[in-house]
Design a protein around this ligand. Sequence first.
Ligand code: USQ
Length: 420
Amino acid sequence: MKVLITGIDGYSGWPLALHLLSRGHDVVGLDNFVTRRRVKEVGSWSATPIASIRTRLSAALEKFAKPIGFHQGDLGDYEFVTRVLRAEQPDAIVHLGEQRSAPYSMIDVHHAVATQVENLTGTLHLLYAMKEHAPGAHLVKMGTMGEYGTPNVDIPEGFFEIEYRGRSDRLPFPRNAGSWYHWSKVFDSGDVMFASKIWSLKATDVMQGVIYGTRTPEIDRPKLLTRFDFDEVWGTALNRFCVQAVLGLAITPYGEGHQTRGFIALEDSIQSLRIAVENPPANPEYRVWNQFDAAYSVNQLAEEVRTIAEGLGWNPRIEHPPDPRVEAERHYYQPIHEELPQHGYRRTRELPDVIREILTDLKRYERRLVARKQAVHRGVSWRQADNTGRLTPITEAVPAAVPAPPAAGTAPSGAPDTPV
Ligand code: USQ
């Protein structure tokens, strides 16, 4: 199968590319490297020293004796999107190329607008380009469990049967997102659902929980490392807690800490995306899969990290800063996740093992964590309309120039080779 990954340079995109290659698929990706630039914007970098795309592509070629095709460009450029789809004719498109941070979207009006404009524009461009140039392709769209919010009833997989005033129907389950970012994913989902209906496209909308971890089996050498963010804007809860333990900073479940979310290890999240790719709907259809392994409160995660870090001889502590987000700190949480197991998914990674692995890996890169320690807490508050004062850059400026685009299917020539 030929698979196009948008956002191939990202936390999930890169390990997914390696995994699909290992399964014998043809892989081609596109990226505009915006996450690398935006992590710098908030004064941070990846804990793992990730190689440039050029080095990544040649390391993958060395390992799998098969190239990954690559196009540098922006999903906001419709000409670029159509050119790639026309040239590549993918069987599946995994759409990961979106602004993925809730705190980033809450910084101020400009970050909110950038998040929603980019995410919706990129998705619409992809849908129109599919309709015109690859109507038989299967779109696997990265959504988020956060689209549903935390309702006081069980959460189905996308749709539910409802009876109201004596009549019944199967309708999309109500969405109730908790950030401008999460709302952008809700709007995307509506657009993918509608496009699938009017143009008879095949689409799987993956409602993914919070991902954690540093490794997948294919990442067996430094040049193949994926990024690992730990600053308040780009790092997610469990990954941040591990970094806090390594740095001797307080582990920070916000507020009461009973906020509960679905979590999934990086390796299993890649397994799920691969299963979605390899099992397209037989006929045009918009389907929704909830993708997480288990629900944990942030308190449970903090305790788990503390216990394992203590086992390593460290002395971590937990503090509860006031919750900077506007979210329920105590709530019911019972999402259903039956579709993936029905398609062959099996959990392979247990939480304590992965935490131990993350802590061990991070210890190796401790100097990089120390160098960006100030970025672990930035103070983006959902209650403030403008958080920019808190986010004055604390490291070097973002490079202005974007490397020249490489030819399709070749390693880019202009991409910087310094690990970032
Ligand atoms: N949290 C803490 N302490 C921290 C950081 C976060 O208690 O230091 C809490 C948050 O308040 C929230 C929960 O942990 O209640 C999850 O926050 P998060 O930053 O790990 O995840 P979130 O902002 O929801 O977004 C992340 C990814 C996003 C993905 C989403 C899946 O950045 O791309 O869509 O997880 S989900 O959460 O299921 O919507």
